[in-house]
Design a binder for this molecule. Structure first.
Ligand code: SF4
Length: 271
């Protein structure tokens, strides 16, 4: 059962500490996609919600218009701690309204989502001079996806989104995140998607905070054979991720595809 409320905010833009964004916009607080690894759960600390993360959604309403003149050449990520195209966006259109305002600006906008609902907004997306859409996906196995991201779009729909956006001339990238050890087959994903996207980003699974126990419990049940590996990795994770990073580098040295690696959140490799 989801609790929905509308909240007013004075400022929809937030300055970003992320490496590739000057600002972020989160049209919602909370996210009904309920991914079991959701790192955004920490946002609950800043709300009065008693509900479990994933069971509340605050729809933001901004009291003032965006000052688009100040955003020239600034990079804005939509979104960092929610999915801008959660299923309730179909009704509330908070993201669509923000895009409508931003389309008047000269900002560089990046939309990041796990939802095929983004296709609804192709008409607005095409009005931007500089925009790209990232689709987040960490497996081609929809059975696994249903465990990890129960309310996000099925894998087939996300692959279709990439094809449609490419046909429409809209730049896309694939965010392979978070990479689950031995479950995320990045080579199969790259083979499947190829040059449909402009580039790939890879982010490893971090096990911090409340979701660490949840994920280890899931692995123990879903793939008991991987349980000891996960415990080893998360007691001493650098060697494992160093090898994955090298495997990615080797794979991309054989193709002409671009990639970025966001591992450990302290090293960024660009090509
Ligand atoms: S889509 Fe993103 S913000 Fe939403 S639950 Fe999943 S990881 Fe969290």
């Amino acid at each position: 059962m989801l609790t929905v409320q509308h909240i007013s905010t004075k400022e929809i833009l937030t300055k970003s500490k992320l490496p590739d964004a000057d600002f972020v916009i989160n049209p919602y607080v909370g996210c009904p996609h309920r991914c079991i690894y959701c790192y955004a759960e920490f946002m609950k600390r800043f709300t009065n919600h008693k509900e479990t993360w994933g069971e509340f959604l605050d729809v933001k309403q901004c009291s003032k218009k965006l000052n688009t003149a100040n955003l020239s050449q600034k990079t804005i990520l939509i979104s960092s701690v929610t999915d801008p195209y959660n299923p309730y966006e179909a009704k509330f259109k908070a993201t669509r309204n923000i895009l409508n305002e931003l389309a008047e600006s000269d900002a560089r906008v990046e939309i990041l989502t796990k939802s095929s609902l983004v296709l609804r907004d192709i008409d607005i997306i095409k009005r931007f001079n500089n925009i790209k859409v990232g689709i987040s996906l960490n497996t081609l196995d929809d059975k696994l996806r249903r465990h990890l991201e129960p309310a996000a779009s099925p894998i087939k729909e996300r692959l279709k989104v990439l094809q449609v956006l490419k046909q429409e001339g809209i730049e896309t990238y694939l965010f392979v995140s978070p990479m689950f050890p031995e479950l995320t087959d990045f080579k199969a994903i790259v083979d499947c998607i190829g040059d449909t996207v402009s580039y790939y980003c890879f982010e490893n699974l971090n096990l911090r905070g409340g979701y660490k126990e949840r994920i280890l419990k899931f692995i123990s049940q879903y793939r008991p054979d991987l349980k000891s590996l996960y415990f080893d990795i998360y007691n001493n994770n650098m060697p494992y991720w160093e090898k994955v990073k090298n495997d990615i580098e080797e794979e991309f040295s054989k193709n002409n595809l671009k990639h970025k690696i966001y591992f450990y959140h302290d090293k960024i490799k660009k090509k």
